[in-house]
Design a protein around this ligand. Structure first.
Ligand code: 5GP
Ligand code: ZN
Length: 112
């Protein structure tokens, strides 16, 4: 079982911000911003590239959970960034789909 599947099943501890039947949001262990949360599906999907039409509703749920994280952590006014790294060139290091929610400082664009 992969690392994020273990977190989703509570086999590895994580600082959970939100959870429902289909997804979990938890604090990144190596925060790249004052607020850095990862939103993952409980279903193992390697990356966005592996998602299919069958995942349409799940992908929508993940984005709405990212929004709910922003609301819970009071980020809706100041703003936040959502990022999905896919594959080697994007720097994906954990091969279980996740949406980064980054906030708490002025984020630069374009990203590195
Ligand atoms: P990626 O580089 O794949 O887009 O993002 C993976 C993220 O997972 C990284 O920001 C990394 O800090 C985070 N991460 C890796 N291992 C763990 C872990 O065991 N627990 C938590 N909470 N985050 C992790
Ligand atoms: Zn997994």
């Amino acid at each position: 079982m992969c690392l994020f599947c273990k977190i989703a099943q509570h086999e590895i501890k994580a600082n959970i911000v939100l959870e429902d039947e289909h997804a979990v949001a938890f604090r990144d262990i190596n925060a790249a911003a004052p607020t850095h949360v990862l939103v993952i599906p409980k279903k193992h999907i390697v990356s966005l590239s592996e998602a299919t039409e069958a995942d349409q509703a799940l992908l929508g749920r993940l984005l709405l959970m990212a929004r709910a994280v922003a609301e819970k952590l009071d980020l809706l006014n100041a703003g936040y960034r959502t990022v999905v790294n896919n594959g080697t060139d994007a720097g994906q290091s954990v091969f279980h789909l996740h949406i980064h929610v980054l906030a708490g400082r002025k984020l630069t664009w374009p990203p590195g």
